[in-house]
Design a protein around this ligand. Sequence first.
Ligand SMILES: [Zn+2]
Length: 395
Amino acid sequence: MRSINRSMVLDVVREKGPVSKAEIARITGLSQATVGAIVPSLIERGFVCEGAPVVSGLGRPPTLLELDRDSYTVVGLKLMEGNIVGAVTDLEARTLGHVEAPLSDLDPTSVTEAAAGVVDELLVVSGLGRERLLGVGIGLAGVIDTDRGICRSSPFLGWTDVPIAELVEARLGLPTRVDNDTNTLALAERWFGVGQKSDDFILVTLGRGIGLSVVVGGSVYRGAHGGAGEFGHTVMSDGDALCSCGNRGCLESTIGEPALVRNAQELCSRLGIPGPSTPAELYAEAPLVPELADLMSRSGRLLGRAIGNLINLLAPELVVLSGEGVDAGEPLLGAVRSELAAHVHEGLRDSYELVVEPLTGEAWARGAASLILNAVFESPTRARSSPLWDWETAQ
Ligand SMILES: [Zn+2]
């Protein structure tokens, strides 16, 4: 009970601060005495600080409480095929620094060593000591059992049932969590971005793969054993290009960035013009070459239809479209919008908002850091994995 109340108070301070104890009691429904008993422990742990009293005229001015966002740091690591991107953030997920390191060897022991090296470098960048670091979040593409910290399957790393959270935790001596990378982006949105205003939203990422995270009642829906959201492997047609999963006609093998570039190259070679060799080149050329614009628009229609099916299935309040692929711009995004307008069920058409969120360089790593921030701020009633630490004994 005490931990639930503490979590409620911390969440109100995070969301509404600067805020008075009386206001916290009003919002949480807790008594002023209960709030008064909890606040000192939050101040002692360094999560909350007292701001300057507000001069309000009559009577004793209330002391306002706010999140002491500089008191701790968290680290996020995004594992990719050829490198690790790491970011260190404060308690509001503001990036204090980021580093990138090559990943030449993909076996779990080497990746653990590389991750430890990145964390050491980030500690130097942040200028804050190791004792201020709350934990390490790891994001990667694949089927992840977050509760047990296991990567069940990641084709791009060639991993099956790798206890990566345990390996990194044992190496660094710091609480470590792992999740699917799209889920980590959704958590960053849920706590610090557009998702703050919605408890029920979906986030779709477009890039090398097509990712999905479903947030239900403020928590990421992960399925019974992790792995929910393999939207990219929704089979959309027969007989198309072979997917990395072994099937044909998956959304990802049709409109993922490697497929887009391959299709553009084939098209350009038929037209006798030089084709793009990277997604960035394709996105720059598409608005200038009608045939490429048409390819992007056909891809956007397919994506729009697939997202429309999700909206009909889940009735989210918000649809966040993100990932490197949103740099494709209007030829693709315009087609997504028009397809949604045509295919979302009549009764749901006015009940969702589509938000396009381009990614900054370290966004994935910042998302991974949000995995630890989620563990700090999430109510114990919602959490499925064990808490980061024991409040009663931790220093
Ligand atoms: Zn597939």
